[in-house]
Design a protein around this ligand. Structure first.
Ligand SMILES: C[S@@+](CC[C@H](N)C(=O)[O-])C[C@H]1O[C@@H](n2cnc3c(N)ncnc32)[C@H](O)[C@@H]1O
Length: 312
């Protein structure tokens, strides 16, 4: 038992360090596979995004559903027939979108086979889910409208000009190199198709190289793993591939502060659940990272953007 716990401690520490320093694709997939349960404990669901908080939102799961809904509206999913969701998590966003947009088919692409398998078995169970307004619905035809693909964002097995939307819903910060993903998106999108991004970014004024950003973020790199781009860097990558930048919305104030506040206020309860499965030090790191996230967001050092870019 003690040996098992030591091994767990070592492997979690190793993962955290690797995800911060090395950050290759497989480290990122491992981080999600190891910590997605932590997210489930903290949020009460299997969505893996930060969530969008407004006055009426009282918990992280509602906020995540709200961000999922906002993303679909932002991406005009009502006028799309095919969506490629890159970095699709447990396909929960896709399940919400197919319910809200009755004509759409969604291809969920993820580097993590574990997440895809789990999503597939959920769909296989054909069980009821909650829709974007929180009402339960029966997922009868999900299997004909959601498809799972185990691949990486930088080499996607899709024909040229074959999809209406490419969604990277809080996932593009992990794609390496991001320019290659944008290039692939340009190839796969139909003419006038749109690339929709929801992404944590750093403020333009700290336009440093990704590595030095990670260094400066310190403990924040734990809740904010992966590359840290500024909007200026994203814009220039999109323009290099001749995308038209149709919209950029800054929504950071509805993201980081309220989430951190929720964690701080409910810490005792959350900690007691987390330490049933994870070592105590991990919860302490998580808490400190949450506090730091709020401070950096209040200083406008970190932001969160929605970007719509159109292929021309
Ligand atoms: C923050 S999660 C967001 C998941 C989902 N959009 C949601 O809101 O629940 C990021 C996702 O990107 C996936 N991912 C990370 N790197 C990837 C890559 N290079 N190619 C494809 N998927 C990747 C992870 O496995 C994870 O599912």
């Amino acid at each position: 038992m003690i040996v098992n716990r030591t091994i767990l401690l070592k492997s979690i520490l190793g993962l955290i360090i690797l995800s911060i320093i090395r950050r290759n694709e497989h480290d990122i997939a491992n981080v999600y596979d190891t910590f997605s349960n932590l997210m489930r404990i903290a949020t009460g669901g299997r969505l893996l995004n930060f969530g969008y908080w407004t006055k009426e939102i009282t918990n992280p799961l509602q906020a995540q559903i709200q961000l999922t809904k906002l993303f679909g509206i932002y991406g005009s999913f009502d006028t799309a027939q095919t969506i490629l969701d890159v970095g699709s998590g447990f396909s929960i966003p896709a399940m919400h979108w197919i319910h809200s947009y009755s004509d759409v088919k969604i291809y969920c692409l993820n580097i993590s086979l574990k997440q895809l398998k789990s999503a597939n078995s959920e769909i296989g169970k054909n069980q009821s889910h909650e829709d974007v307004t929180g009402n339960p619905y029966l997922a009868a035809d999900i299997g004909d409208r959601i498809f799972h693909i185990n691949s990486t964002s930088t080499s996607m097995p899709f024909r040229n000009e074959s999809v209406d939307r490419i969604a990277a819903f809080e996932s593009a910060q992990h794609f390496k190199p991001l320019a290659q993903f944008i290039h692939e998106s340009k190839r796969i999108l139909k003419y006038s198709g749109q690339l929709i991004l929801a992404m944590p970014v750093i403020a333009n004024k700290s336009d440093l190289l990704p590595f030095s950003n990670t260094y400066n973020l310190g403990i924040l790199a734990v809740t904010w793993a992966s590359e840290h781009y500024s909007v200026r860097m994203l814009e220039s990558l999109l323009l290099e591939d001749d995308f038209e930048l149709s919209n950029i919305d800054y929504i950071g104030e509805n993201i980081y502060g309220p989430l951190a506040e929720f964690y701080i206020q409910n810490r005792d309860k959350l900690r007691s659940e987390i330490i049933k499965e994870y070592p105590k030090f991990l919860e302490i790191i998580l808490y400190k990272s949450m506090v730091k996230m709020k401070i950096e967001s209040d200083k406008n050092f970190i932001e969160y953007v929605l970007i719509r870019a159109t292929k021309r």
